[in-house]
Write a protein that binds this ligand. Sequence first.
Ligand code: NAP
Length: 253
Amino acid sequence: MVSNMKLQDKVAIVTGAGRGIGRAIAKNFASEGAKVVINYSKSEKESQSLAQEIKNDGGTALVVKADVSKPNDVKELVKKTMDEFGRVDILVNNAGVLIPARFLDSTEEMWDMTIDVNLKGSYLCSKEVATIMLDQKKGKIINISSVCGLVQKTALGNTPYVASKAGVIGLTRSLAVNLGPTINVNAIAPGVIDTDMVSFFTPERMNVIVDETPVKRIGKPEEIAAAALFLASDESDYITGEVITVSGGRGMR
Ligand code: NAP
């Protein structure tokens, strides 16, 4: 029987998949037939429950603990994926941290942690899967950036975070050039999405954000997952090095 699932039998690693946007991406991919590797660094319970949900729906999932900023952890993450499934077709570099601080209040520690997870983590994971995907003659890498890495208006707060997300866009373009034509590398720039990451925003700040958003609401993790599914599927084979903004129009260019 021919399946019309978009990711039938593909193997997808989603970093930081226990919570938030990563969780929605992993669920969406599994519902389209992918075997999903659920990576986490702290959220073990949430990750195991997601794997159970996927299995209950007839899907396949593997849970792997790894801090994406640590090269040995990343090596283990990819090794465990290869040991279990024998291939990697899709990598979503989703794991991220946001430590609230404006430039003058930020510290070197905040800078290092943010760059290490958001930017270096994406570099390390991409490097680890790239040779496998090149050998397989196809692959998709999707990096989760942010509108704040693209658009001046949204770049006021959280300087290390903004720098890391702008860096992710540079990384995306460089990888697209270096890994083409075999591997497509694209980024998604979400606007404000309803997850734990933005739970520290005050109601006043949220009101301003909604007011600035043509769609007049913040986004849902599933709306980022829908864009990730497109970039992971064969439907986007002629797109590489691009950034897709999913922000309800906030910060449009
Ligand atoms: P979230 O709910 O806070 O989730 C962050 C995820 O990153 C968690 O699953 C966390 O896993 C994981 N993570 C953090 N450090 C890690 C590490 N060292 N190694 C592996 N995983 C790690 O935030 P979210 O909104 O879903 O964020 C997902 C991505 O979207 C991030 O890259 C974020 O910057 C980006 N983004 C979010 C928004 C937004 O408005 N929410 C907007 C633009 C971009 P553990 O709990 O296991 O540590």
